[in-house]
Design a protein around this ligand. Structure first.
Ligand SMILES: *Cc1c(COP(=O)(O)O)cnc(C)c1O
Length: 360
């Protein structure tokens, strides 16, 4: 069985070099005589793994000194509650609704705070990035939340929302490490690991220190950032093996030349596929505006559902898998995270062209 080009939205492809390295260390990590999976999180070798993971992430993302890096569990979805628990003072928060995950964050946030949706692209099936009217923002909001890359609808913000003194909180689950972000813009920047960082089970939260220590009195211990910040993400057993794999991914990112070099690759990969779609007669991208198009997730359609199905089937026979679109969008979705090699993007673009020739 050959490895396939897996276009899954997440969990998704990891770099082959990372998997091979993990395989070579699986039974006996660094002459400890045990797997990282079997190792106490309080042991010296493990403390070194988590410290190295943090140091590498700080380096490749240029995270300023006054930010904490936390390795948590519960997925990005737990952050949807953790953020209001920790940041609520005035009981006001502004959110942008750019798709499925924003909507879920909004629904959860509404349970805890007076939440205002200050911009939305729902009117056109979330196929664009809405303009944020500054007049809509509340100066006394506790924070401003947005989803920088929209995994399901395939849009991304290419500018930072200007929020003045209101902390900018960003769900970057599907684009962390795929392009360069200026971390000093953010109050909280968070991501579930399973798209660009490693296996499912780890959530990375990067938080400005002054935002820690203000949790609501009833906040559960495990949902308080202070608990994890004080304990260096070791209040309880962290997702040890996932953090180890994240460390291998961070090493890999660095070896590729860092996030800026990876961004160039991602731009080239995305261009191959968008160009093939745009130049075809049969296919249309869900997001028309070039500036709003995600580099990571590309939803697109053929002219009818039968052709969609035929295309997906043909792709699968070529080892291009998991291309079926999300149920609310339909058609196809090609997710191409950092782990997707250029050859995978090229194979997909080539088949789009071939299919177009044969079926138009
Ligand atoms: C995948 C995803 C989530 C959900 O992450 P979980 O770790 O499954 O909770 C949230 N936001 C975005 C933008 C995502 O892509």
């Amino acid at each position: 069985m050959q490895r396939v080009y897996n276009f899954s939205a997440g969990p998704s492809m990891l770099p082959l070099e990372v998997l091979e390295k993990a395989q070579s260390e699986l039974l006996n990590y660094n002459n400890t005589g045990m797997s990282v999976m079997e190792m106490s999180h309080r042991s010296k070798p493990y403390e070194e793994i988590i410290a190295t993971a943090e140091a590498l992430l700080r380096e490749i993302m240029s995270i300023p000194e006054n930010y904490k890096v936390l390795f948590l569990q519960g997925g990005a979805s737990t952050q949807f509650a953790m953020i209001p628990f920790n940041l609520t003072k005035n009981k006001k928060a502004d959110y942008v609704n750019t798709g499925n995950w924003s909507s879920v964050a909004i629904k959860e946030g509404k349970r805890f705070t007076d939440l205002k949706v200050v911009a939305s692209s729902e009117d056109k099936t979330f196929s664009y990035i809405p303009t944020i009217d500054k007049g809509e923002l509340r100066a006394d909001a506790d924070y401003f939340h947005y989803t920088v890359n929209n995994t399901i609808y395939g849009t991304r913000f290419t500018e930072y929302p200007e929020t003045g003194n209101v902390p900018l909180v960003c769900d970057a689950s599907s684009s962390v490490l795929s392009e360069v972000y200026d971390m000093s813009k953010f109050g909280i920047f968070y991501a579930g690991a399973q798209k660009n960082i490693g296996p499912a089970g780890v959530t990375v939260v990067i938080i400005r220190e002054d935002l820690i220590g203000n949790a609501l009195p009833d906040t559960p211990t495990m949902l308080n950032y202070e608990t994890h910040a004080k304990a260096g993400s070791m209040h309880n057993t962290p997702p040890t093996y996932g953090i180890y794999l994240a460390k291998l991914v961070f090493e890999w990112v660095k070896a590729q030349g860092g996030v800026a070099a990876i961004q160039k690759l991602n731009e080239a990969k995305a261009k191959l596929v968008y160009d093939a779609i745009d130049e075809s007669q049969l296919f249309t991208a869900h997001v028309p505006n070039l500036k709003d198009r995600s580099l990571m997730n590309i939803p697109f359609f053929a002219t009818n559902e039968d052709l969609d199905a035929k295309f997906i089937k043909e792709c699968a026979s070529l080892g291009l898998t998991t291309l079926k679109g999300y149920r609310t969008v339909g058609g196809m979705r090609a997710s191409m995270y950092n782990g997707m090699p250029m050859e995978g993007a090229k194979a997909l673009a080539d088949h789009i062209k071939k299919f177009d020739m044969e079926n138009k």
